[in-house]
Design a protein around this ligand. Structure first.
Ligand SMILES: Cc1cc2nc3c(=O)[nH]c(=O)nc-3n(C[C@H](O)[C@H](O)[C@H](O)COP(=O)(O)O)c2cc1C
Length: 279
């Protein structure tokens, strides 16, 4: 039992006062969702195979587009393979310390093979096929995070694996129509971690019609709230050679700098080489 309410957890998450959920005790799945945090530092203890299978079973209980179930997960067990993948995931010093590594893949191969085995055409190899399997993999990934946290584990997805998508796919033996959406580092959290402030619902939730007329002002206020909770030290600012050391360095400046250089431009070419039609 706890004296906290769901409203307290929403306030923690958004840094804004609310009375929503004031009568609801901070318990159960809603509370766990609101308490979510990524973990990147782990105790050295291994994750038992049985527990990992339980968490994966829960993750694959996620809904899937048309019940096609277009996600596959590679559990990396071989130490040599693991070391090679670690080396591919650059700029992420926490990866080698994660006791388990998994890779969540969009898998459009299965339905294609089934169609062929059932003697049917598959005239759907266009962008929607790619989107559906990418979304399925994302939903399984998000459900995995929830399941892992429910089991007391901690984890963090790894999109950086896509920086070297060709090499990662080759190491994992991914055939045509299967591609990595994200890796996942998993283990027993070494620290409690912290709740990362989210954009306010006034920015992300629209009623009836999309409206971002106040977005920039709201993001500015969000930057200030975030900075009050955790200020990025000057040494952690990105691209200071190009943009200097900002006196105030908020989330929006960080994200704008992050996306000021091209990232993963090779993705479309790689996906086409794996047979995906992106038209
Ligand atoms: C698809 C996806 C890919 C991600 N890739 C990375 C990554 O490569 N490296 C990393 O440190 N965190 C990664 N993250 C974690 C995000 O940075 C994290 O979710 C975000 O900062 C919010 O923090 P929180 O999860 O603790 O609330 C990823 C998250 C998602 C959903």
């Amino acid at each position: 039992m706890t004296d906290k309410t769901i409203a307290d957890l929403i306030e923690d998450r958004f840094g804004l006062p609310t009375e929503d959920g004031r009568d609801m005790p901070a318990e159960g799945e809603l509370a766990a969702l609101l308490r979510h945090r990524s973990h990147r530092r782990f105790k050295p203890d291994a994750v038992p195979d049985e527990l990992l299978r339980v968490v994966l079973a829960a993750a694959f209980s996620a809904p899937a587009k048309s019940d096609l179930q277009q996600c596959s997960v590679i559990v990396v067990k071989d130490p040599d393979l693991r070391a090679r993948l670690n080396a591919l995931i650059v700029g992420q010093d926490w990866i080698p310390g994660a006791p388990s590594l998994l890779v969540f893949c969009g898998d459009n191969r299965r339905i294609r093979r089934i169609s062929e085995a059932r003697g049917k055409p598959y005239p759907n190899g266009h962008l929607d096929s790619f989107l559906n399997c990418a979304v399925d993999a994302g939903i399984v990934l998000a459900t995995f995070v929830r399941a892992a946290e429910a089991a007391g584990l901690g984890c963090c997805p790894i999109s950086v694996i896509r920086d070297r998508i060709e090499e990662a796919s080759a190491l994992l033996g991914l055939p045509d129509h299967v591609f990595p959406v994200a890796g996942m580092g998993l283990g027993w959290p070494e620290r409690e971690g912290w709740v990362s402030l989210r954009l306010p619902p006034s920015v992300t939730v629209h009623t009836d019609r999309y409206d971002d007329s106040t977005m920039l002002a709201e993001v500015d206020a969000y930057d200030r709230r975030r900075d009050a909770r955790f200020s990025t030290p000057p040494a952690q600012q990105r691209m200071t050679a190009e943009y200097g050391v900002a006196e105030f360095y908020g989330w929006s400046e960080d994200k704008a700098r992050q996306y000021a250089t091209p990232q993963r431009k090779q993705l479309a070419g790689f996906l086409k080489s794996k047979g995906f039609g992106l038209d």
